[in-house]
Design a protein around this ligand. Structure first.
Ligand code: NDP
Length: 285
């Protein structure tokens, strides 16, 4: 049976540390604040937003939601995002994506000041991550994967790390973060040949494919650490969700595994707050 790498203890420890940081900032008359930009009211966005607001409250920091109608035009939205970006009391910005199709996503993202880009929405933010500039902020999910790994004292240096998925939101940045810590990283995608064998060779396997239960018993071996980033509707249990890893098949084989739900996803909003507090510290240093 594998050791379960749960998100809650990681999130709790981080929240405790963040509360202290907020206290220190408040003592200097500074209140860290997250600005949340949302167009429309998609249920998934509202769910994530609810989690982010709750975490802000727990650690004692401020937040403000900037909500816009789904039919907002490009010029008005550009103006709105520029205004949020210019707000001195907003230190970190989360903008929900994808934006409605009629909006030019690339142009809008570019309006977010890089120093407030706490979820790596801008090219400048991504450049910092890829250039190992630690003043930059990776997207929250890859940072959450790394926080899970660090909290559980899992060694990365010299280890074979296989990342399944190459998106800009998860796969590529998590690969860069593992590489930064001297992992030997392989990135897999939909054109990778012999995928199960490549994954089986890993010491640390990060699954971020967005395909329910795709990682089966033949993808893993004893001793592996499996980080499951996936959040998918569970085809076998309507109304529930599951990871990219077939937990029932994989868990009896590997050494350690993150559950879904209750794994990486539970750490993500805490990372959002952590990175906003870091941005606040940087902007006031
Ligand atoms: P994307 O759809 O953007 O990327 C999926 C990646 O997986 C692509 O690189 C794709 O390859 C690859 N892929 C898809 N199918 C296969 C296949 N059959 N074999 C090999 N590779 C495949 O997804 P995201 O990166 O945005 O998200 C990944 C997962 O993480 C999703 O389940 C999502 O819900 C979850 N997620 C979880 C978060 C959290 O907080 N826990 C936050 C963000 C995402 P190619 O590039 O070749 O198409």
């Amino acid at each position: 049976m594998a050791e379960l790498l749960k998100g809650k203890p990681v999130a709790d420890a981080m929240k405790e540390e963040l509360s202290k940081k907020v206290e220190t900032l408040k003592a200097k008359g500074i209140m860290p604040k997250l600005g949340i930009i949302r167009v429309g009211a998609r249920p998934d966005d509202l769910f994530y937003e609810g989690g982010a607001k709750k975490t802000c409250e727990v650690v004692g920091m401020a937040y403000e939601v900037f909500e816009y109608p789904v039919d907002i035009d490009q010029a008005s939205f550009e103006k709105a995002v520029t205004e949020v970006g210019a707000k001195k009391d907003v230190h970190g910005i989360l903008m929900f994506a994808p934006l409605p199709k009629h909006l030019d996503d690339r142009k809008i993202r570019a309006l977010i000041p890089v120093e407030k880009d706490v979820d790596c929405l801008t090219l400048g933010g991504a450049a910092k991550v890829f250039a190992d500039d630690v003043t930059g902020f990776p997207p929250c999910t890859p940072t959450a994967c790394m926080d899970m790994i660090h909290f559980n004292n899992i060694p990365i240096k010299g280890k074979k790390c296989v990342v399944l998925g190459r998106s800009l939101v998860v796969g590529k940045p998590v690969a860069m973060l593992l590489l930064r810590e001297h992992g030997t990283v392989t990135i897999c995608h939909s054109r990778t040949e012999n995928l199960p064998d490549v994954c089986k060779d890993a010491d640390i396997l990060v699954a971020a494919v967005g395909r329910a239960k795709m990682v089966k018993a033949n993808f893993v071996k004893p001793g592996q650490i499996v980080i499951d980033v996936g959040i998918n509707e569970d085809p076998d249990n309507p109304g529930k969700y599951c990871g990219d890893v077939d937990f029932a098949e994989v868990e009896p084989i590997v050494a350690k595994i993150t559950p879904v739900p209750g794994g990486v996803g539970s750490v993500t909003t805490v990372v959002l707050c952590k990175q906003t507090i870091m941005a606040c510290e940087q902007q006031n240093s």
